[in-house]
Design a protein around this ligand. Structure first.
Ligand code: ADP
Length: 260
């Protein structure tokens, strides 16, 4: 809209000026809609395992299942669904903590190599199960970086866990670290199934999954990459993804270093 101030000024001669306050509520509306979607998604994600648990518990307690083998199979499903619920709630709490305290490094800085040793120890059994080769390489000397160690662990585990999950048996997952200009660059690469080009823009959204059935089967919550993005943005870093279907995926993270 355009308002001609002269028109009003000529009628009200003693007015020396006009202040027009306009508020753009587009962003507010968008935030409100994201929040609404999130609540709806969380409710749906919680409901699915709860419905399944209730169904199996009802069947078992109704005494319809006589043989022990089937009972054990049902109990195993219940236990897996409880695990899924626990994982989902942990991820939701992490996201909410990251939103309220995005730069929670409390003056801490980290030394990457020893931290990566413990991360690899945690993740190695997953890789071994699929006979995936897991490697890391330091291409330059790596300085200490200001970072919350728990956030760093979570970021790397989420990305490595995905790389292993979406890489077939016998594949390769490798991580490279290098100092470049005033940033620490981390590349997490795999030669797995890749991500279709059209899915890449929405990849970091909460609960966005490329193949819903498949990731659910793998036990994913759909929140892993949203958490990673929050952690990276919390330290004013950047993350990007390059991928080719059937060839593999590279996540590149650039974390700013302190001025020397
Ligand atoms: P999930 O818990 O489902 O793995 P994420 O937020 O971690 O959720 O990832 C979102 C989606 O991105 C996944 O469902 C998967 O389809 C895709 N994805 C993430 N990492 C990779 C990867 N390294 N290779 C192929 N697809 C991936």
């Amino acid at each position: 809209i355009y308002i001609n101030p002269i028109k009003y000024l000529s009628k009200l001669e003693r007015v020396k000026g006009i202040i027009i306050i306009m508020q753009d509520v587009t962003e507010l509306r968008q935030l409100e809609s994201i929040r609404r979607d999130f609540v709806a998604n969380v409710s749906h994600e919680l409901k699915t395992p709860i419905t399944s648990i209730k169904g199996f518990v009802d069947t078992l307690s109704g005494g319809q299942v006589g043989d022990r083998k089937t009972q054990e199979r049902f109990l195993k499903i219940i236990s897996l669904e409880v695990e899924r619920l626990t994982h989902l709630i942990e991820d939701i709490l992490t996201l909410s903590h990251l939103e309220s305290k995005p730069q929670d490094n409390q003056g801490q800085s980290i030394l990457i190599p020893p931290l990566m040793e413990s991360i690899f120890q945690m993740i190695q059994p997953l890789a071994q199960k699929k006979e995936i080769e897991l490697r890391k390489e330091y291409l330059t000397p790596i300085p200490q970086i200001p970072f919350n160690p728990e956030y760093f662990k979570q970021m790397m585990i989420n990305l490595l866990d995905n790389a292993i999950k979406y890489t077939p048996h016998g594949g390769r997952v490798w991580v490279e670290f290098m100092k470049k200009d005033n940033a620490l660059v981390i590349k997490i690469q795999d030669n797995g199934i890749g991500i279709p080009r059209e899915d890449i823009p929405r990849l970091f959204e909460r609960f966005y999954r490329v193949d819903k059935g498949r990731t659910r089967e793998e036990g994913g919550t759909g929140l892993g990459l949203a958490i990673v993005k929050h952690i990276v943005q919390g330290v004013k870093g950047e993350i990007k993804v390059e991928s080719e279907r059937g060839k593999g995926t590279i996540f590149t993270i650039a974390l700013p270093l302190l001025e020397e």
